[in-house]
Design a protein around this ligand. Structure first.
Ligand SMILES: Cc1cc2nc3c(=O)[nH]c(=O)nc-3n(C[C@H](O)[C@H](O)[C@H](O)COP(=O)(O)OP(=O)(O)OC[C@H]3O[C@@H](n4cnc5c(N)ncnc54)[C@H](O)[C@@H]3O)c2cc1C
Length: 408
């Protein structure tokens, strides 16, 4: 059984967010060329808050909008149309997923000291798990934490810590119990920055060209040296040996949020493509009137439709508290490819203009390539999904339950 009915008040919130993104965030993107980023963002945040738009999925008692999974998904599917959308409502990655972890696992002290300023938008937080030694299989992490009196002392290295260069707090995973079972060897530490024990070696150059504004937005990925990093005992998050479980919980939301923003980005790309082909004529015919072009647009529309349905189904399962790990993995892979295909098609239809930085398409094209790697690469998710297909067959004599069968 599935119920796609969207309550009236949820539709109203989505409309409000859509209007905010279209009327304020997208126009503000161009302002960044002439005005300081801090001023533009402060203005957007103040406008958003005055309309009650702030931290969508954070409970109202913590100052958020208290949206449940369906409403949050619909709102995020609007915010991603502008790179200023999520930031304006203080729901940008990687901060949002870590806020959620602090909310669920933080002590009262940690919530007061670390979560509160994050929710107020006064601070930013990054997440340092991956190392050169270990990514997809995080159980290979080498960074070590040893208890010394009232402090943990950490030594090791991290890399690809997104937004570390703008963060005031880092959440760092390190091995605390080398003799425990594999998934209980790691703990998570809250580290206040700047800190002499947590040094940014460099912001890694990536496929996406580095820009000063990108850096301010938090678009950097840093290599970190961790040397004799002292962390007070009370800053361990969620208890000793729980780092791995919490990391997975955090990543589960992060994956979905990427996917929701991908839908928004793909939607804007398709709109840009439609605008371009309806206004451009080649060889005496409007591009929009050529069947070859219409097929390209049709393929994009089909991909977007499937993406939306997947997210709605996952939101439905989340609302009901149902297990959605299989769907989450399927959607994570699908949505990363979907946005790639749609942005690529839009870029193609724009010709040289698409390759330029006069539209957002070229930048999106390079940045979204990372989505097939982050939060678990495609192959790892497909491995898990495939294993569940086999399990379902062996248990039930049909693979339906591993392939969206409970929709029927
Ligand atoms: C833009 C960007 C931002 C990131 N932000 C963060 C962050 O903020 N914090 C953080 O901690 N990390 C971050 N990461 C790191 C990211 O989580 C890792 O890159 C990811 O987990 C993959 O790990 P790896 O790069 O070490 O690849 P590896 O683990 O070395 O895997 C390499 C490749 O091997 C293949 N592979 C791996 N395992 C299997 C398998 N079981 N079966 C088949 N094939 C397999 C896949 O194709 C995979 O891409 C970020 C990465 C990028 C690119």
């Amino acid at each position: 059984m599935i119920d796609f009915e969207i309550p009236q008040e949820t539709k109203a919130i989505r409309e409000k967010v859509r209007t905010f993104v279209q009327e304020h965030c997208i126009p503000a993107e161009a302002e960044l060329e002439n005005r300081a980023y801090e001023d533009v963002l402060a203005e957007l945040r103040s406008k958003a808050r005055s309309q009650g738009l702030w931290c969508p999925f954070i409970p109202e008692e913590y100052g958020g909008m208290g949206l449940r999974p369906l409403a949050n998904a619909l709102v995020q599917m609007e915010l991603g149309e502008s790179f200023l959308g999520a930031l304006s409502l203080n729901t940008q990655g990687p901060d949002d997923a870590t806020m959620l972890t602090l909310l669920e696992h933080g002590t009262d002290f940690q919530k007061e000291k670390f979560l509160k300023p994050l929710l107020e938008g006064q601070k930013r937080i990054c997440y340092s798990m991956t190392e050169k030694a270990a990514g997809a299989d995080a159980t290979g992490m080498q960074t070590r934490a040893i208890l010394d009196g009232d402090n943990w002392v950490l030594n090791g290295e991290k890399w690809f810590s997104s937004s570390a260069s703008v963060a005031d707090i880092a959440v760092v995973m390190a091995k605390t119990d080398p003799d425990a079972p594999r998934h209980q060897q790691y703990s998570t530490f809250i580290v206040e920055l700047p800190n002499p024990g947590y040094q940014i070696v460099r912001n890694i150059e990536t496929m996406t060209p580095h820009t000063p504004i990108g850096e301010k937005l938090g678009g950097t990925h840093s290599e970190i040296k961790i040397k004799d990093l002292m962390v007070p005992r009370e800053n361990i998050l969620g208890g000793q040996g729980k780092g791995f479980d919490m990391g997975q919980h955090r990543l589960a939301y992060g994956r979905l949020r990427h996917g929701m923003h991908n839908v928004a980005m793909a939607q804007r790309a398709l709109d840009l493509a439609a605008k371009h082909v309806t206004g451009r004529t080649t060889f005496g015919t409007r591009l929009a009137d050529r069947q070859g072009v219409q097929w390209m647009l049709a393929d994009c529309a089909s991909e977007l439709y499937m993406a939306r349905l997947m997210l709605l189904h996952i939101a439905y399962k989340a609302e009901k508290g149902m297990d959605m790990r299989q769907e989450n993995s399927i959607a994570k892979v699908f949505l990363a490819h979907m946005v790639h295909k749609v942005v690529d098609t839009a870029l193609q239809l724009h010709g040289a203009l698409g390759y330029s930085h006069d539209t957002p398409l070229a930048r999106w094209y390079t940045s979204i390539r990372s989505q097939r790697l982050v939060d678990g690469p495609d192959e790892v998710h497909r491995w898990r999904v495939g294993r569940n297909v086999v399990k379902a067959y062996e248990q039930f004599g049909t693979t339906a339950s591993a392939a969206g069968g409970d929709l029927l």
